[in-house]
Design a protein around this ligand. Sequence first.
Ligand SMILES: NC(=O)CC[C@H](N)C(=O)O
Length: 303
Amino acid sequence: MEELLRSIEKKVRPLIGLGKVADYIPALANIDPNQFGIAIYSNDGKLYHTGQAKKNFSIQSISKIFSLTLAMKHYGEDMWERVGREPSGNPFNSLVQLEYEMGIPRNPFINAGALVVSDMNHSRFASPHYAMREFIRRLAGNSKLRSDKVVSNSEYEFRARNASMAYLMQAFGNFENDVEAVLRNYFDNCAMRMNCIDLAKAFSFLANKGYSHHSGEQVLTRRETTQVNGLLATSGLYDEAGNFAYRVGLPGKSGVGGGIIAIVPNRFSICVWSPELNESGNSLAGIAALEALSESNGWSVFG
Ligand SMILES: NC(=O)CC[C@H](N)C(=O)O
């Protein structure tokens, strides 16, 4: 497997230079684009990795899966009254549907949806970011994980678009807590720094019927796990979810830090990272690596 990973790294590294690192905040714009790492964690605890799999990066929207998981554990089916389960076909930070759909975001992975989910967690936990951080540390089996304050403060400074969504949802009665406080927690979660190995381990429960073996925890039920994977497959890559299904064929979730996680149900959890993004805000070399990996192993869930 590691030989395959090395050959995939060699194949996709030349793509670096064709994309663009996230530049909406200075703290992310300064990253060295010439980086690539990948890690695969099997359900029987084997770890395979290559490249810069041990280098920490900003997990950004990958954090939305942790938030959704926590909210599902606490709210169950009730949460779907406040957020939908349909792909949006729009960029992750789009506002257009939100007004004519009465403040109900299309799904939990676009920013508006993740903000509603963060609002739910805010109502449940006294210190929502710390609850999240502890949850992530447990799932990754790494007690040192933390959020990057420079990144989250910078996100807060440039929050106009995310703040607009949250206030619009508040105007529709779909927001319970102080918008500014929820934004702070949302940005702290997005600014968590993790590496490919941490993330592959943290999401192993999604490949393993909801059970995380290294933390010894049934994180979600088997049914909830299939539901999260279904949502990842349909909305995890925003307006590129169809292309990702076509090219890779796995439930996945990207972040503007250049990370993408993907799940081979009942077998493996994967994380790939390379900071340059395509027009939809997804890692360019990352998608190419996952495509090659899925194709070589016949891992597409579509047969
Ligand atoms: N797609 C992403 O990773 C976006 C996350 C980013 N923190 C934002 O809210 O804009």
